[in-house]
Design a protein around this ligand. Structure first.
Ligand SMILES: [Fe+2]
Ligand SMILES: [Fe+2]
Length: 167
């Protein structure tokens, strides 16, 4: 039920972004990367907070390390998109910064009340990101850096699947 809701919300959001960002690949990638990294620091925030409240579980340390690495990796993706002009325009920065504000806090609440489903949402987002880069490669030819980022997103989706089983 929650998983279908995750997919539904994601599909709508993606359809809107795809429509708005037609023909502006790097701007779209930049917005997607900006949004996709927010859950990782939302997860970290909640894990830190739970820890401070004396609610540290045996899986905490591993999850915290993993989410920290994921957030650093997503920041590297973001920097690459910036080097390709993804954040050149005010409108894209404006859209991304407002979306990320909503998305970060939604993920804090979601992860607090239903961590497995919060992981599932990000899992779907990572799969979508990998598909987005795969489509780009199919249309634009080989690009080592995009391929590397695509593989990172697949790795994130695998890690999220493991986290789903741990928590
Ligand atoms: Fe990414
Ligand atoms: Fe990712």
């Amino acid at each position: 039920m929650m998983q279908s809701l995750n997919r539904f919300v994601l599909d709508i959001t993606v359809a809107i972004l795809d429509f708005l960002y037609q023909g502006r690949d790097y701007q779209r990638f930049w917005v997607l990367e900006e949004i996709a990294r927010a859950p990782y620091f939302a997860f970290l925030s909640v894990l830190h907070f739970r820890e401070s409240m004396g609610l540290r579980g045996p899986e905490h340390l591993q999850l915290m390390k993993q989410h920290f690495e994921q957030s650093v990796n997503e920041t590297e993706h973001l920097e690459y998109m910036e080097s390709r002009g993804g954040n050149r325009y005010f409108i894209d920065r404006f859209v991304a910064k407002h979306l990320v504000l909503i998305y970060y806090w939604s993920n804090v609440v979601y992860y607090w009340v239903a961590p497995r489903y919060a992981y599932h949402l990000s899992y779907e987002v990572e799969i979508h990101a990998a598909e987005t880069y795969a489509k780009y490669l199919a249309l634009n030819g080989h690009d080592d850096k995009i391929l590397e980022i695509l593989n990172d997103e697949l790795e994130h989706s695998r890690e999220l699947q493991q986290s789903m089983e741990m928590i």
